[in-house]
Design a protein around this ligand. Structure first.
Ligand code: AQP
Length: 350
């Protein structure tokens, strides 16, 4: 059984990095896998509360982005993480076998906490445990993500192995990270050494899926580059991170390798290359943005997709959660006794 699970935090404008690093791979896997689950990980958004604006709106925007990009809700399960309580239940159980040393080594925690390590919230430190639960609760076998999530995926495999050994049951498959293509790490348009990110304060650092054609053209025109022409081979771009990034974006959107792009544009200056890149970005991204705008006009329809998704996700997650409760040795509630107690309480109130 090949089952895919992946997700994005609804923390702001969904950008080209999210699309090329994650969603494009989800779409290519849709037909190849037995089951696909795509989650909007709203509980993860709470780990950086300062960045959380309009969580409800952003959750719907993310659902619209998934569908507009090509995730078919009749074929794949699209749902919201907080609608499936088993994620947090499993997260707690996993956190009880997670060594603190493993969490302290996570580079994303170090980057996000920065110098405020002592004041950083527990949720930010525990983020990888919840992410492991997101994946393991569905016994997912494949997880398509961008390069920045590599360490969290290794952590998930380690924790799954540890749980299986600790309880002497092969319950969790070790999920395979799918990190592929020329766009596993799209960089900021303003700084080729920083990841394109929703939380970057400069909107000119990223290409948003909902940017209109004029904004896309302006952002690419303003993107940082250098005065040298493009080389014939991508290896000669190693010391030119901004130029390398734009070539990677062109390659990913046109379905070519970065070397093929270099060959085509060898000797051209960025003034020429940027014009072709703009045409390509507008042709690929504008229709997605327009479809998102259309989908967002009918919130009822979007909410229905999410509620259908959460029904499927809950059914699967609860089946696996029951196995986990049995394995760790939690007492099952006796339904008969529970009902009698409820009646007693109701009588005492009456
Ligand atoms: N720049 C990127 N290049 C390639 N892939 C990327 N991803 C994110 N940025 C890039 C991939 O998108 C998926 C969802 O990421 P996320 O929103 O859950 O978390 P993130 O990695 O923290 O993304 P951002 O945009 O940087 O959000 P903020 O600013 O809120 O932290 C993941 O598969 C990720 O690899």
């Amino acid at each position: 059984m090949k089952r895919v699970l992946s997700g994005i935090r609804p923390t702001g404008d969904i950008h080209l990095g999210n699309y090329l690093g994650a969603i494009q791979n989800w779409i290519s896997m849709q037909d190849q896998m037995d089951e696909n689950l795509f989650c909007i990980v709203d509980l993860h958004a709470l780990t950086t509360l300062e960045d959380v604006k309009n969580l409800v709106g952003n959750t719907r925007i993310m659902a619209a982005a998934y569908i507009a990009s090509g995730i078919n809700p009749d074929q794949s399960t699209i749902f919201v993480q907080s609608h499936v309580p088993a994620h947090t239940e499993l997260s707690w159980i996993l956190s009880c076998i997670t060594p603190m040393g493993w969490l302290n080594r996570m580079t994303q925690f170090k980057e996000k906490a920065g110098k405020q390590r002592e004041n950083a919230c527990l949720g930010l430190l525990a983020y990888p445990v919840l992410m492991a639960a997101d994946i393991l609760i569905y016994k997912a076998t494949h997880v398509p993500v961008g390069d920045d999530q590599k360490q969290h995926l290794e952590f998930t495999r380690d924790i799954a192995g540890m749980f299986n050994r600790e309880f002497k049951k092969d319950i969790f498959p070790l999920p395979d990270p799918i990190i592929k293509g020329p766009a596993t790490r799209i960089m900021s348009l303003r700084d080729g050494t920083a990841k394109m990110s929703k939380s970057d304060t400069s909107d000119y650092s990223r290409i948003n899926l909902m940017d209109d054609a004029d904004t896309l053209a302006l952002k690419i025109r303003k993107a940082k580059t250098d005065a040298d022409p493009l080389p014939a081979q991508v290896k000669d771009l190693e010391a030119r991170p901004e130029a390398h990034n734009l070539v990677n974006i062109y390659a990913a959107l046109s379905g070519q390798t970065a070397d093929q792009v270099c060959k085509t544009f060898a000797g051209s200056y960025f003034s020429t290359f940027k014009k072709d890149l703009t045409d390509l970005v507008v042709a690929k991204i504008s229709p997605i943005g327009q479809e998102m705008q259309r989908l967002l006009k009918d919130k009822g329809e979007l909410d229905q997709v999410l509620s259908r998704g959460s029904m499927r996700a809950n059914t699967l997650a609860e089946t696996h959660m029951q196995e986990v409760r049995d394995i760790v040795g939690l007492l099952k509630p006796d339904e008969g006794v529970n009902r009698t107690r409820q009646m007693d309480v109701l009588k005492s109130i009456a």
